[in-house]
Design a protein around this ligand. Structure first.
Ligand code: CA
Length: 227
Protein backbone atom coordinates (compact mmCIF):
# COMPACT_ATOMS: atom_id res chain seq x y z
CA UNK A 1 0.00 0.00 0.00
CA UNK A 2 1.45 3.31 -1.07
CA UNK A 3 0.74 6.59 0.63
CA UNK A 4 1.63 10.12 -0.42
CA UNK A 5 2.21 12.65 2.34
CA UNK A 6 2.00 16.29 1.32
CA UNK A 7 3.17 18.34 4.29
CA UNK A 8 5.52 21.31 4.48
CA UNK A 9 6.29 21.03 8.17
CA UNK A 10 9.38 18.84 8.38
CA UNK A 11 8.62 17.61 11.87
CA UNK A 12 5.13 16.37 11.05
CA UNK A 13 6.27 14.97 7.71
CA UNK A 14 8.99 12.94 9.37
CA UNK A 15 6.70 11.81 12.17
CA UNK A 16 4.18 10.54 9.63
CA UNK A 17 6.81 8.99 7.38
CA UNK A 18 8.38 7.08 10.22
CA UNK A 19 5.13 5.88 11.74
CA UNK A 20 3.56 4.81 8.45
CA UNK A 21 6.74 3.09 7.29
CA UNK A 22 6.88 1.17 10.53
CA UNK A 23 3.25 0.22 10.01
CA UNK A 24 4.24 -1.36 6.72
CA UNK A 25 3.29 1.30 4.17
CA UNK A 26 5.39 2.58 1.33
CA UNK A 27 5.57 6.34 1.71
CA UNK A 28 6.32 9.16 -0.74
CA UNK A 29 6.85 12.68 0.52
CA UNK A 30 6.14 16.10 -0.93
CA UNK A 31 7.18 19.20 0.96
CA UNK A 32 5.32 21.82 -1.00
CA UNK A 33 2.15 22.21 -3.02
CA UNK A 34 3.70 21.97 -6.47
CA UNK A 35 5.50 18.72 -5.79
CA UNK A 36 2.43 17.42 -4.01
CA UNK A 37 0.24 18.28 -6.97
CA UNK A 38 2.63 16.64 -9.42
CA UNK A 39 2.96 13.43 -7.43
CA UNK A 40 -0.75 13.23 -6.63
CA UNK A 41 -1.71 13.61 -10.28
CA UNK A 42 0.88 11.25 -11.71
CA UNK A 43 1.63 8.66 -9.01
CA UNK A 44 -0.42 5.60 -8.16
CA UNK A 45 -1.31 6.01 -4.50
CA UNK A 46 -3.73 4.14 -2.34
CA UNK A 47 -4.16 7.17 -0.13
CA UNK A 48 -3.05 10.79 0.11
CA UNK A 49 -2.47 12.65 3.37
CA UNK A 50 -2.80 16.28 2.47
CA UNK A 51 -1.96 19.29 4.56
CA UNK A 52 -4.15 22.30 3.80
CA UNK A 53 -1.70 25.18 4.24
CA UNK A 54 1.20 24.63 1.88
CA UNK A 55 3.69 26.81 0.05
CA UNK A 56 3.08 27.34 -3.69
CA UNK A 57 -0.26 25.61 -3.97
CA UNK A 58 -2.61 24.89 -1.11
CA UNK A 59 -4.19 21.54 -0.34
CA UNK A 60 -7.57 22.64 -1.69
CA UNK A 61 -6.12 23.27 -5.15
CA UNK A 62 -4.56 19.83 -5.16
CA UNK A 63 -7.74 18.16 -3.98
CA UNK A 64 -9.85 20.03 -6.50
CA UNK A 65 -7.48 19.16 -9.33
CA UNK A 66 -7.62 15.48 -8.41
CA UNK A 67 -11.39 15.33 -8.29
CA UNK A 68 -11.79 17.38 -11.46
CA UNK A 69 -10.00 14.72 -13.44
CA UNK A 70 -12.05 12.03 -11.72
CA UNK A 71 -9.23 10.76 -9.54
CA UNK A 72 -10.89 8.88 -6.69
CA UNK A 73 -7.89 8.23 -4.46
CA UNK A 74 -8.94 8.57 -0.79
CA UNK A 75 -7.75 11.87 0.68
CA UNK A 76 -7.29 12.53 4.38
CA UNK A 77 -6.59 16.19 5.01
CA UNK A 78 -4.91 17.83 7.94
CA UNK A 79 -6.41 21.00 9.27
CA UNK A 80 -5.92 23.48 12.05
CA UNK A 81 -7.93 23.30 15.20
CA UNK A 82 -11.27 25.03 15.18
CA UNK A 83 -11.28 25.84 11.53
CA UNK A 84 -14.77 24.53 10.97
CA UNK A 85 -14.91 26.17 7.54
CA UNK A 86 -11.90 24.15 6.46
CA UNK A 87 -13.50 20.89 7.44
CA UNK A 88 -16.68 21.65 5.58
CA UNK A 89 -14.78 22.90 2.56
CA UNK A 90 -12.54 19.85 2.45
CA UNK A 91 -15.43 17.41 2.60
CA UNK A 92 -17.33 19.41 -0.01
CA UNK A 93 -14.34 19.32 -2.32
CA UNK A 94 -14.32 15.55 -2.08
CA UNK A 95 -11.93 14.71 0.73
CA UNK A 96 -12.80 11.52 2.57
CA UNK A 97 -11.83 12.41 6.10
CA UNK A 98 -9.83 14.94 8.07
CA UNK A 99 -7.70 15.16 11.17
CA UNK A 100 -7.22 18.19 13.33
CA UNK A 101 -3.64 19.06 14.29
CA UNK A 102 -2.14 18.08 16.59
CA UNK A 103 -3.25 14.47 16.40
CA UNK A 104 -2.10 11.22 17.93
CA UNK A 105 -0.42 8.89 15.49
CA UNK A 106 -2.69 6.02 16.58
CA UNK A 107 -5.67 8.11 15.53
CA UNK A 108 -4.16 8.83 12.13
CA UNK A 109 -3.33 5.18 11.58
CA UNK A 110 -6.88 4.15 12.46
CA UNK A 111 -8.30 6.64 9.95
CA UNK A 112 -5.84 5.55 7.27
CA UNK A 113 -6.80 1.92 7.73
CA UNK A 114 -10.49 2.72 7.61
CA UNK A 115 -10.09 4.69 4.39
CA UNK A 116 -8.02 1.95 2.80
CA UNK A 117 -10.62 -0.66 3.71
CA UNK A 118 -13.24 1.53 2.16
CA UNK A 119 -11.08 1.60 -0.98
CA UNK A 120 -12.21 3.70 -3.87
CA UNK A 121 -15.91 3.32 -3.21
CA UNK A 122 -17.58 6.70 -3.23
CA UNK A 123 -17.22 8.10 0.22
CA UNK A 124 -20.49 9.76 0.86
CA UNK A 125 -20.78 8.66 4.44
CA UNK A 126 -19.69 11.59 6.50
CA UNK A 127 -22.17 10.81 9.26
CA UNK A 128 -21.29 9.31 12.62
CA UNK A 129 -24.11 7.41 14.30
CA UNK A 130 -24.80 5.76 17.58
CA UNK A 131 -28.27 4.61 18.62
CA UNK A 132 -30.60 7.34 17.32
CA UNK A 133 -27.95 10.05 17.51
CA UNK A 134 -26.51 11.28 14.22
CA UNK A 135 -23.69 13.69 13.68
CA UNK A 136 -23.29 14.97 10.13
CA UNK A 137 -19.68 16.10 9.77
CA UNK A 138 -20.25 17.85 6.48
CA UNK A 139 -23.28 19.89 7.41
CA UNK A 140 -22.26 20.20 11.06
CA UNK A 141 -25.69 18.96 12.05
CA UNK A 142 -26.69 16.85 14.98
CA UNK A 143 -29.99 15.07 15.41
CA UNK A 144 -31.29 12.74 18.05
CA UNK A 145 -34.43 10.73 17.34
CA UNK A 146 -34.82 12.98 14.32
CA UNK A 147 -34.78 16.16 16.41
CA UNK A 148 -32.28 18.82 15.46
CA UNK A 149 -29.88 19.79 18.26
CA UNK A 150 -27.75 22.95 18.30
CA UNK A 151 -24.23 22.60 19.66
CA UNK A 152 -21.40 25.06 20.08
CA UNK A 153 -18.17 24.34 18.20
CA UNK A 154 -16.57 22.92 21.34
CA UNK A 155 -19.56 20.75 22.12
CA UNK A 156 -19.52 19.48 18.56
CA UNK A 157 -15.81 18.64 18.80
CA UNK A 158 -16.37 16.92 22.11
CA UNK A 159 -19.25 14.86 20.79
CA UNK A 160 -17.30 13.97 17.66
CA UNK A 161 -14.39 12.76 19.79
CA UNK A 162 -16.70 10.66 21.96
CA UNK A 163 -18.42 9.17 18.93
CA UNK A 164 -15.19 8.31 17.17
CA UNK A 165 -14.07 6.51 20.32
CA UNK A 166 -17.38 4.99 21.35
CA UNK A 167 -17.08 2.25 23.95
CA UNK A 168 -13.68 3.55 25.04
CA UNK A 169 -13.10 5.41 28.26
CA UNK A 170 -11.64 8.81 27.39
CA UNK A 171 -9.55 10.30 30.19
CA UNK A 172 -10.08 13.98 30.88
CA UNK A 173 -6.47 14.64 29.91
CA UNK A 174 -7.08 13.23 26.44
CA UNK A 175 -10.28 15.21 26.03
CA UNK A 176 -8.47 18.36 27.15
CA UNK A 177 -5.69 17.92 24.64
CA UNK A 178 -7.95 16.95 21.75
CA UNK A 179 -10.75 19.43 22.19
CA UNK A 180 -9.16 22.34 24.04
CA UNK A 181 -5.56 21.97 22.99
CA UNK A 182 -4.48 22.33 26.57
CA UNK A 183 -2.84 20.23 29.17
CA UNK A 184 -5.24 19.11 31.78
CA UNK A 185 -5.15 21.28 34.81
CA UNK A 186 -6.83 19.64 37.76
CA UNK A 187 -8.11 23.01 38.97
CA UNK A 188 -10.32 23.50 35.98
CA UNK A 189 -13.62 21.79 35.56
CA UNK A 190 -14.07 23.01 32.03
CA UNK A 191 -14.47 19.48 30.71
CA UNK A 192 -17.04 18.49 33.29
CA UNK A 193 -19.01 21.65 32.58
CA UNK A 194 -18.88 21.00 28.85
CA UNK A 195 -19.97 17.39 29.35
CA UNK A 196 -22.86 18.55 31.52
CA UNK A 197 -24.00 20.98 28.82
CA UNK A 198 -23.65 18.34 26.15
CA UNK A 199 -25.65 15.88 28.19
CA UNK A 200 -28.38 18.43 28.73
CA UNK A 201 -28.70 18.72 24.98
CA UNK A 202 -28.30 15.16 23.76
CA UNK A 203 -29.22 12.96 26.73
CA UNK A 204 -31.60 14.65 29.16
CA UNK A 205 -34.71 14.27 27.03
CA UNK A 206 -33.81 10.95 25.51
CA UNK A 207 -33.28 7.26 26.26
CA UNK A 208 -30.97 5.46 26.39
CA UNK A 209 -28.39 7.78 27.93
CA UNK A 210 -25.27 7.82 25.80
CA UNK A 211 -22.64 9.72 27.77
CA UNK A 212 -21.40 7.98 30.89
CA UNK A 213 -19.09 9.06 33.66
CA UNK A 214 -16.51 6.47 34.54
CA UNK A 215 -15.62 7.44 38.06
CA UNK A 216 -12.00 8.38 38.56
CA UNK A 217 -11.23 7.77 34.90
CA UNK A 218 -13.15 9.94 32.49
CA UNK A 219 -16.08 9.72 30.14
CA UNK A 220 -17.34 7.33 27.56
CA UNK A 221 -20.09 7.14 25.06
CA UNK A 222 -22.02 3.97 24.61
CA UNK A 223 -25.52 2.62 24.52
CA UNK A 224 -25.33 0.10 27.32
CA UNK A 225 -26.05 2.07 30.45
CA UNK A 226 -24.51 -0.31 33.01
CA UNK A 227 -21.24 1.38 33.93
CA1 CA B 1 1.33 23.43 6.48
Amino acid sequence: MKILIVEDEAKIREYLRQGLTEAGFVVDLARNGLDGHHLAMTGAYDLIILDVLLPDLDGWRILRALREVGHKVPVLFLTARDSVDDRVKGLELGADDYLVKPFAFAELLARVRTLLRRGTAPATDTTLKVADLELDLMRRRITRAGRRIQLTAKEFALLELLLRHRDEVLPRSLIASQVWDMNFDSDTNVIDVAIRRLRAKIDDDFEPKLIHTVRGMGYMLDTSSEI
